[in-house]
Design a protein around this ligand. Structure first.
Ligand code: TPP
Ligand code: SF4
Length: 287
């Protein structure tokens, strides 16, 4: 399949230079490749949140579900449980998944459900024009914090590690080849896979210069080691200090999954007709 076959006729409204373009192009390439390798595109479903990132599903000719702010994961969970053959990929923003939808993110990791979440982490609310988010650095000046944000940023990768995610990686929108590798591995991984993409928002938080200077790719790390992953992840805490920012795959383990356990459980669940007639009987008695 040619990645161009996954384009749509929707007019792209992202700002010129936005890091979302790299995520879009990398994902189109990966999905086209996977289709050639036996993972048919009709078995892929994309789920988006709300924000600039969410428009990505308008620009990909793939089955998709435009959800609501912070709610990609409940939709993705339902899709995966209803049809375990699907590859379900969420596109979410840092505001979307780390603020409003944080509880869903933690539980998806805890359950280790076989779903992928790509975080367009521009460290700002882009669509609503520049408010601070949980990953904005302390001192960030935006529409809601003209004097600078008072809070310290959170490290979403550390949160994912302790919550139970079984694949954790970080990419940068300036490195499309690395994004392709990380996305492909995340989609093929069996379990909850989380890819944090340092996606530059040129309009409200342009960090290109800083990322170009400070990012590097980790090599030779043992991705099966919790302690090693934690050390790498903690080496940069999303603050504005001059510290090296690691990119790459930090963690990947094989762990029991919610979707597996659910399928086994569902086999023993009472027959749906039986359950419906019992509910009907109860309701009739009640009325
Ligand atoms: C329930 C709900 N709360 C708030 C909003 C307003 N809203 C729309 S987009 C957005 C910000 C999105 O920021 P982020 O998730 O970081 O994505 P980005 O636009 O940066 O890609 C907000 C707060 C909304 N649409 N729905
Ligand atoms: S506001 Fe920022 S995130 Fe949104 S399209 Fe423009 S550059 Fe991209």
């Amino acid at each position: 399949m040619n990645p161009k076959d996954l384009a749509t006729t929707a007019v792209n409204t992202w700002c010129p230079g936005c890091g979302n373009f790299s995520i879009l192009n990398a994902m189109r390439m990966v999905l086209a490749q996977l289709d050639d390798e036996g993972y048919p595109i009709e078995n892929v479903v994309l789920v988006s949140g709300i924000g600039c990132h969410a428009k990505i599903v308008d620009y990909m000719n793939v089955n998709s579900f435009y959800s609501i702010h912070g709610r990609t994961l409940p939709v993705a969970t339902a899709l995966k449980l209803a049809n375990p053959d699907l590859k379900v990929i969420c596109f979410s923003g840092d505001g979307d998944s780390l603020a409003e939808g944080l509880d869903h993110l933690i539980f998806a990791a805890k359950r280790n459900i076989d779903v992928t979440l790509i975080l367009h982490d521009n460290r700002v609310y882009g669509l609503t024009t520049g408010q601070y988010t949980p990953t904005s650095p302390q001192g960030f000046k935006g529409k809601s914090t003209p004097e600078g944000a008072v809070e310290h940023p959170m490290n979403p990768l550390e949160l994912m590690l302790v919550s139970g995610a079984s694949y954790i990686a970080r990419g940068y929108s300036h490195g499309i080849e690395q994004l392709q590798k990380l996305f492909k591995r995340a989609i093929l991984h069996k379990g909850f896979s989380f890819v944090d993409v340092l996606q530059v928002c040129v309009s409200y938080n342009n960090l290109y210069e800083s990322y170009n200077k400070w990012t590097y790719t980790v090599e030779g790390n043992d991705a099966t080691s919790f302690e090693e992953a934690q050390k790498i992840i903690r080496s940069w805490n999303y603050d504005s200090s001059e510290a090296a920012i690691p990119l790459g795959k930090f963690y990947e383990i094989d762990a029991p999954r919610f979707d597996q356990a659910f399928a086994q459980h569902a086999q023993h669940a009472p027959n749906l007709w039986e359950r419906d007639s019992k509910i009907k009987e109860l309701l009739e008695n009640f009325i």
